[in-house]
Write a protein that binds this ligand. Structure first.
Ligand SMILES: O=C(O)CCCC[C@@H]1SC[C@@H]2NC(=O)N[C@@H]21
Length: 243
C-alpha cells in the first residue's frame, strides 16, 4: 500500500478523504503534527505536540464496495492494533466502540469516516491516534477525560515509524479479511479485550451491565427492561448522570 508522510496537516483523515475523492487508491497517510485532529462525536483529538515520537497519527484510505457492511469495523481495527502492540493480550483493552486503553487509561482512538465515490464504490478512511510518550509528571491532564496512557510504557523503544511499520501490514490483512467476512470472526477476539464486559455502564440515557457485542459489533446492554442492542453512542464506565 502506498505510504505518504507529512510534517504537518490539519487532519490525516481529511487528507485521506481528499485523496479518495480525487480518485486515489489505497494509501496510508501519517503526520508528525495535526492542527485540527478530530475524534468521534465532533470532538477534537488532542495529540501530544512535543515533537516526533510523542504520538502517532495516521489514516488508512481504501476504496471499498459501496454495499459492504462496515458494522464492527472499528472493533476489528481495535483488535488488530491491540494484537500487534500487545501480543500477550494482558495490557491493552478495548472500550466499545473505538477506544484503546492501556492499564486503565486511554492509549488511543479510532475514527472511521466514509465518502461516496463514483460507481459502486465507497471510500473508507480509518484514522488512528496513539499516544507514544508518557506525559511529564507536571502536565495538565484536564484535556484527557479518560486519562492518558502511552505505548512506551509497554514498549520503551516504540517510535512513530516503528509502530506504523508494525501496524501497516496487519491492518492491510485485516481489511482484506473484513471485506470478505465482515465482523463475525472478530467477535471472540473483541470479547477477550472488552474493557466493559460484566461492568455497570451508561450509554446515553441507558444504564445496565455490558454483555459484550453481537456478531455485527453492536453493544449488548443488560438493562432493567431487558437486553438492549445499541449500534452507536458513547459508553461510560461510570454511572453518574450524564452532564
Ligand atoms: O478517540 C476518538 O474519538 C478517535 C480519535 C481518532 C484520532 C485519529 S488521529 C489520526 C486521524 N486523524 C484525525 O483527525 N483523527 C484520527
Amino acid at each position: 500500500m502506498e505510504r505518504r508522510h507529512l510534517g504537518e496537516c490539519g487532519s490525516t483523515n481529511t487528507e485521506a478523504l481528499a485523496h479518495l475523492r480525487d480518485g486515489g487508491g489505497p494509501l496510508i497517510v501519517s503526520a508528525d503534527r495535526q492542527t485540527a485532529g478530530r475524534g468521534r462525536l465532533g470532538r477534537a483529538w488532542q495529540s501530544d505536540q512535543r515533537g516526533d515520537d510523542a504520538s502517532l497519527t495516521f489514516s488508512v484510505a481504501l476504496p471499498l464496495p459501496a454495499g459492504l457492511d462496515l458494522s464492527g469495523l472499528s472493533l476489528a481495527v481495535g483488535c488488530t492494533v491491540a494484537d500487534v502492540l500487545d501480543p500477550a493480550g494482558d495490557r491493552i483493552r478495548l472500550k466499545w466502540p473505538n477506544d484503546l486503553f492501556l492499564d486503565g487509561a486511554k492509549l488511543g482512538g479510532i475514527l472511521i469516516e466514509t465518502v461516496p465515490l463514483p460507481g459502486e464504490r465507497r471510500g473508507v478512511v480509518i484514522g488512528i491516534g496513539l499516544n507514544l510518550r508518557p506525559l511529564p509528571a507536571d502536565a495538565d491532564r484536564s484535556a484527557f477525560a479518560s486519562g492518558h496512557a502511552a505505548l512506551q510504557s509497554l514498549d520503551a523503544n516504540a517510535t512513530a515509524a516503528t509502530t506504523l511499520d508494525r501496524l501497516a501490514p496487519a491492518l492491510r490483512a485485516l481489511l482484506a479479511d473484513f471485506e470478505a467476512l465482515g465482523f463475525g470472526p472478530w467477535q471472540l477476539a473483541f470479547s477477550r479485550r472488552d474493557l466493559a464486559a460484566g461492568r455497570p455502564v451508561r450509554v446515553g440515557e441507558q444504564t445496565g451491565i455490558a454483555r459484550g457485542v453481537s456478531t455485527s459489533g453492536e453493544l449488548l446492554l443488560d438493562t432493567d427492561s431487558g437486553m438492549s442492542i445499541i449500534t452507536a453512542g458513547e459508553l461510560s464506565l461510570r454511572l453518574e448522570p450524564s452532564p
